[in-house]
Design a protein around this ligand. Structure first.
Ligand code: SAM
Length: 466
């Protein structure tokens, strides 16, 4: 086992140690620095590492979160008034306090908190760039919602609490701007795990490496804890990662998930995230075809528009209401991944009902008594076959009106992006060519990668529907 303990309390820049040129303590297999990293800081293997090896561990005392900071008692007292939709207010207040406290023990860690230029999340982009570059990708709506929520939670939850506790907070220092910066830090650097209960903490002596997780038998959904994890958060992400963080009872361990060669960058996973979500939360995307978790959302509003065009108003409205009221269509989109449609049941119900004749729909409406549309009905047995039917290879077997409907929506959606595929491919090839100076800035580059990945999936869908 090769353990690299976080030399906590030192400046992170000092723990770019061991450097490539300096002798490293025996057992240390990794190096933190900018050299060899895909962006800013990253972790590099300084030796061959075997799958399953522990790269470093972090004792739980080193984690920064509301239950482990200088104002834990204050935040616990205010627990009920600090509740909010995001659940992040206590953590952001804890970070605001530590960040502005000169002698905070978290000072060296927080000194590395990236500024807006480094962490250029779309929440900091101007509206014009967002709507122009990202139209059709689904990102604008979620970013506008984030920006609004952050502002709302600051004014309605954080400010009243800070005003009540002037010995800890000063509104001229703990401003909305600082709040936004630290929300971005949480978005791009935090980790979430089930909260440790006093019982689970006691069990740690039994098996310290036991991974904390959800007990299948447990009836209660575990409370999740969002926390800052120094050192683990220096690792960059790729979908095809080679390491992952394991949450043990008393410590967290970064484990190699495959053999890693000397000089390779060590990549964690931030989750099985599509590019649009990587951009929203982390400010980057992976270039096609690297992100094996990429998806594109086909907005159901397109389908609704088509229904309204094809059917009489009353029938279109009735079908739409039926889908909503019976909760068969909770998603706002048909989600397409690398192997086909992901939300199969919702898509199945939606296509079936949208393409029904008026007479069949009336029959369905009158026979519908239970909330569960298909508890006893013919669809009760179909769920298994949906797996195959909604994979790309199975789409050809869908009834023709269903395929047509999907095709109409995909064709429309394809036109909603900025540029054509050819124009975007051209921009990327210029970007890669050594003779041309890049025509794209960072925002434009990631937006272009995002559009290409999403359009590839739409095109694949359309090919399989023909
Ligand atoms: N490189 C970061 C640093 O120097 O502080 C450490 C990783 S931090 C948890 C996450 C941020 O790193 C992201 O918001 C993004 O800016 C960057 N990042 C991580 N993986 C990346 C990748 N594959 N490509 C580009 N940027 C990446």
């Amino acid at each position: 086992m090769h353990v690299f303990m976080v030399p906590y309390g030192q400046d992170k820049r000092n723990y770019m140690y061991p450097s490539r040129n300096s002798p490293c303590p025996s057992g240390v297999r990794v190096h933190v620095g900018t050299e060899g990293s895909c962006i800013r800081y990253g972790m590099i293997a300084i030796d061959n590492i075997a799958e399953g090896e522990i790269l470093f561990t972090i004792p739980r005392e080193c984690l920064l979160h509301p239950d482990n900071c200088s104002i834990t008692a204050l935040l616990q007292q205010g627990e009920s008034e600090l509740q909010s939709e995001s659940g992040w207010v206590p953590l952001v207040l804890c970070l605001m306090f530590e960040y502005t406290c000169a002698d905070s023990k978290w000072r060296p860690y927080l000194d590395l908190c990236p500024d807006r230029n480094q962490l250029d999340l779309p929440m900091f982009w101007d509206r014009e760039t967002i709507s122009k570059e990202l139209q059709g990708t689904g990102v604008p709506d979620v970013v506008y919602r984030d920006v609004e929520n952050i502002c709302h939670e600051y004014h309605s939850v954080a400010v009243p609490f800070m005003k009540k506790n002037p010995e800890y907070f000063d509104l001229s220092v703990h401003t909305l701007e600082l709040y936004r910066k630290l929300v971005a830090f949480v978005m791009a650097y935090s980790f979430t795990s089930p909260k440790q209960t006093s019982e689970s903490a006691h069990e740690e002596s039994v098996d310290d490496d036991a991974e904390e997780g959800v007990d299948d038998e447990a009836e209660d959904v575990p409370t999740l804890l969002t926390m800052m994890v120094p050192m683990a958060d220096i690792l960059n992400h790729v979908a095809k990662n080679n390491a992952r963080l394991q949450f043990g009872q008393s410590r967290l361990s970064m484990i190699a998930t495959r053999d890693i060669n000397k000089d390779e960058e060590i990549f964690n996973t931030y989750g099985e995230l599509p590019n649009w979500q990587l951009l929203q939360m982390y400010g980057f995307v992976e270039k096609y075809p690297e992100n094996i978790y990429d998806t594109v959302d086909l907005p159901l509003i397109l389908l609704r528009e088509h229904l309204e065009f094809e059917l009489d108003d009353h029938l279109a409205q009735a079908k739409w209401n039926f889908l909503r009221d019976t909760e068969e269509m909770l998603d706002d989109n048909i989600i397409i991944g690398l192997d086909g449609i992901l939300n199969k049941w919702e898509t199945y119900q939606t296509l079936k009902i949208c393409t029904m004749t008026s007479a069949d729909f009336k029959k369905l409406e009158t026979s519908f008594v239970d909330e569960d549309l298909d508890e006893e009905g013919e669809d009760g047995h179909i769920e298994d076959s949906l797996e195959e039917l909604f994979s790309f290879d199975g789409l050809m077997d869908l009834p023709s009106p269903w395929r047509q409907l999907l095709m109409v929506c995909a064709t429309k959606h394809l036109k909603s992006f900025k540029n054509t595929m050819e124009e975007d491919m051209m921009l990327v090839s210029e970007e890669n060519s050594t003779c041309n100076a890049s025509t794209l800035n960072r925002r434009q580059k990631y937006a272009c990668y995002l559009r290409i990945g999403q359009r590839k999936l739409l095109v694949k869908l359309m090919q399989c529907l023909k």
